[in-house]
Write a protein that binds this ligand. Sequence first.
Ligand SMILES: O=C(O)C(=O)C[C@]1(C(=O)O)C=C[C@@H](O)C=C1
Length: 231
Amino acid sequence: MTITASFTDEEDPDGHIRIRRFHSEARRVEPYAAVHDGDRGNHGIDPVVKDLPIPREVRGRPRGPRCPAPPWTDASSNIPPQQSPVPLEKAPMNRQTQTKSQSGSPVTANGTTDDRSGEAPEKPAELFELRDSIDNIDAALIHLLAERFKCTGRVGVLKAERRLPPADPAREATQIRRLRALAESAKLDPDFAEKFLDFLVAEVIHHHEAIADSRRNNGPRARPIPARRAR
Ligand SMILES: O=C(O)C(=O)C[C@]1(C(=O)O)C=C[C@@H](O)C=C1
């Protein structure tokens, strides 16, 4: 458990609010009970949120670099950014985990209070324009990848027919050098470019192996017999 923020209630000198972050729901239960139900008794320490809405909402969501762990917090109060030990704009907080301040106004991801009652923060028009372009670029990427896989599919067949190994490390080394240089001149992270190529090539090799396996198991494909010309 980590105390991510701790502050007092301006209107109640005895009022302390702590925002706690738990590694996981499983590791929340014990320390939570120790504070609220333990021997120390409940000396006026009340969970602000009695029933945690967050774990239920995030259950089953994939975790990974693109999906940061959601905050495991029992706080329902606003966090003044200057009091937060972590920059709040970096805190993974999504719409579902947005909460309300003591005044009842929604708390935004950067810890400020949005006073337009009940409304989510407005998204700027530029965000939508940029997303339109991102969608177009993603569509182009999908089409380009589909074309690349058509070519590599044919390479896979050629390699299987000639019993060539699916992977060609020398070719890969040339590709890496070339793509890293291209990435650098395009101001793209060359490490990312290399990782992306690795990811692609690994998939291609997988396909090549599947093609070679299916040929081995089914034997070489029968060549179509050319129709005899009528004399
Ligand atoms: O060029 C080849 O030999 C391929 O099989 C294609 C490809 C690629 O996807 O670019 C895939 C595997 C090889 O190790 C090298 C390159």
